[in-house]
Design a protein around this ligand. Structure first.
Ligand code: GP9
Ligand code: MN
Length: 618
């Protein structure tokens, strides 16, 4: 029976087999999936088949040329999905989600980044299609559709395989389906193709969440945030009252380069010095997800977590928010964002209106010459210099956000701007990264000089913050060499999410600098800054806390569910001792905080998906 089926449906069987092998190969070579058990390996091998079998099975209802065309088309589409995910994974160490596809308008501006990621070897993934095409043409194809009995048996077999796959995945990873942000676990369990299906269904569900939300939904969130509120420190509250705020977002800048040297030369000499004259947060974590810079802007403006998939800037620009810009407007502040890129990138032009930002200086407002440009456009030095002149003309007091760009993947810069040697690791990306960070540091030094010249320095509160990682896990080997470590563990990967957060208040922090090592994150920025400006945040829907508050317990939750507390780091189902990085045998020590972390992410998602701030009354 089996032999007859294979003989008759040889084209279908061969298509399934080749697609199955190809998918498994891409899993192994294109992604860096951590396999922790034999069952996980079995699931990885089995899950492509549990999608391909039913999909390609539709071919049983077709005959001759129609069947061939259907199977080849399905193969081409699935191959396209594999390639797109591999390219995306190459940089983001993540899988594509539906909302990410709506960010395609960003792609046009990403020329150099995409080129760097595409590899000609991807073309090899079409070899089986060419082979199938050739064999299909040369050999006899199935004459008629399969009989009812065959279809029925096939359907039962497919359904059985899917059920078995789902059950084993859930057994291996309990709560798999309630943690949509753990995409690696989903891909390892149910497979890449099923993951895309699951993602599509979840997105539809989110759309429904808004329709059913009401004021009571907000009350549950509000109860939590009120209970979690910590009151400002008396000595810090209002310390920068009435000052202009100059917030500089440092593109892709991570903390691991601070105070490090390459061939004896410091990578961040200016910032190293500035930190000693500032409030310097050494354990400040980035909490972004697929929206990268725009997520960092979203988190800091709202004290909410970003979306677990896609960029809020795209998916929720029509929602209502109560941002730091709105609050400051009520206190007579003028607000402006400076960024020398196309205004539509990350849908900023739309979202900035939603955020209540008064003015957006996009690329059209800057003088951009070829000499002053590199990969992503105007270089930071010129960008910051021109911005300083524009800041001078703003109504005061103002709150400004200046988004730098030179230190962006793929971290390329002209020889004349290389102020330091490249590093010498096996990752050329990391080697270049130190040179672009060094350039950024120099641009900041120049900017501070300009601020002084423009008379803006003394009455300012200057804040520097890294937006997200620049060097992903794909470069762990290089990172290990750079830091002289044997290997990079998941605990280290959490540590790599630390980004600089420096608050410099001339006349205040230079006299009494502080180093704050308690864990915090981008959600904490809004209450921290508002309290420094003497504006109370009690009553706000916010998941962050004033980093200076004596009542606050150190806590930072990353968007993938990892978190950091005073004593522990939790990631990838393991609880580590924070000080030593030693894994604890049981995750009991982390259990209570894990519940809190999950609750925060869940409640923040509720606000986002339900558009709950439309019910917020001050
Ligand atoms: C683009 C800039 C960089 O305008 O914000 O975006 P990123 O790729 O880092 O999210
Ligand atoms: Mn960025």
């Amino acid at each position: 029976m089996k032999a007859i089926f294979i003989k008759k449906q040889w084209f279908l069987c061969l298509s399934i087999l080749l697609m199955w092998i190809k998918t498994y190969l891409v899993y192994k070579l294109g992604f860096d999936l951590q396999i922790n058990s034999f069952l996980e390996e079995c699931l990885l091998l089995m899950n492509p088949l549990s999608f391909i079998l039913p999909l390609f099975g539709i071919g049983l209802l077709l005959a001759g040329k129609k069947q061939r065309i259907f199977l080849l088309a399905a193969n081409v589409i699935l191959t396209g999905i594999l390639i797109a995910n591999t390219v995306f994974y190459g940089f983001y160490i993540d899988f594509i989600t539906i909302p990410v596809l709506f960010q395609a308008s960003n792609m046009g501006d990403m020329g150099s980044s995409v080129q760097e990621l595409f590899h000609p070897l991807y073309i090899a993934l079409f070899i089986d299609i060419a082979l199938l095409f050739y064999l299909g043409k040369r050999n006899a194809s199935v004459k008629e559709k399969a009989g009812a009995r065959t279809v029925k048996t096939y359907a039962w077999a497919s359904a059985g395989l899917i059920l078995c796959n789902l059950a084993l995945s859930e057994a291996e990873q309990p709560k798999l389906f309630t943690h949509p942000f753990d995409r690696e676990a989903l891909v390892k369990g149910i497979g890449l193709f099923h993951f895309h299906l699951y993602d599509t269904v979840s997105q539809t569900f989110y759309a429904g969440a808004k329709a059913f939300a009401d004021e009571d939904s907000l009350a549950a969130v509000s109860n939590y945030t009120q209970a979690d509120y910590s009151k400002p420190s008396e000595s810090k509250f209002g310390l920068a009252k009435g000052r202009n705020v100059i917030f500089v977002t440092l593109e892709s800048t991570q903390s691991f380069v601070m105070n490090k040297r390459v061939n004896g030369q410091e990578i961040t000499p200016f910032m190293n010095k500035l930190r000693k004259e500032s409030y310097d947060f050494t354990h400040f974590y980035q909490q972004t997800e697929q929206g990268k810079t725009s997520d960092s802007e979203f988190i800091t403006a709202n004290s909410l977590y970003p979306s677990s998939s896609g960029a809020v800037f795209f998916t929720k620009s029509g929602h209502q928010f109560h941002t730091i810009y709105h609050t400051l407007k009520d206190h007579d502040y003028y607000s402006a964002v400076f960024h020398a890129n196309n205004k539509a990138f990350w849908n900023r032009d739309e979202m900035y209106q939603t955020f209540g930002i008064d003015r957006f200086f996009d690329v059209d407002e800057f003088k951009v010459t070829p000499e002053a440009s590199t990969g992503w456009g105007l270089k930071d030095k010129e960008f910051l210099e021109q911005s300083a002149a524009k800041l001078k003309k703003l109504p005061q007091p103002f709150y400004s956000n200046l988004l730098t760009l030179t230190n962006h993947f793929p971290f390329e810069i002209g020889e004349q701007d290389k102020l330091i040697d490249e590093s010498d690791t096996s990752s050329s990306l990391l080697n270049r990264y130190v040179t672009t960070v060094r350039y950024e540091d120099e641009a900041l030094k120049h900017f501070f000089k300009k601020l002084k010249e423009e008379g803006l320095y003394d009455n300012a509160m200057i804040v520097l913050m890294g937006d997200h990682y620049g060097i992903s896990e794909a470069h762990n080997n290089g990172l290990a060499e750079f830091l002289g470590k044997e290997e990079i563990t998941p605990y280290d990967t959490v540590q790599f999410q630390r980004v600089p957060f420096i608050i410099h208040i001339p006349g205040v922090t230079d006299r009494a600098p502080e180093t704050i090592s308690a864990a915090g994150g981008q959600v904490d920025v809004k209450p921290t800054l508002l309290h420094l400006l003497g504006i109370e945040t009690k009553g706000s829907i916010q998941f962050g806390n004033d980093l200076f508050s004596k009542e606050r317990a150190p806590f930072a939750v990353l968007r993938n569910g990892s978190f950091i507390t005073k004593d522990h780091v939790y990631t990838k189902n393991t609880c580590y001792r924070r000080k030593t990085g030693e894994p604890l045998p049981e995750d009991g020590a982390c259990r209570h905080d894990k519940e809190k972390a999950e609750q925060e992410l869940m409640l923040s998602d509720k606000v986002l998906n339900g558009d709950l701030l439309r019910f917020y009354k001050q």
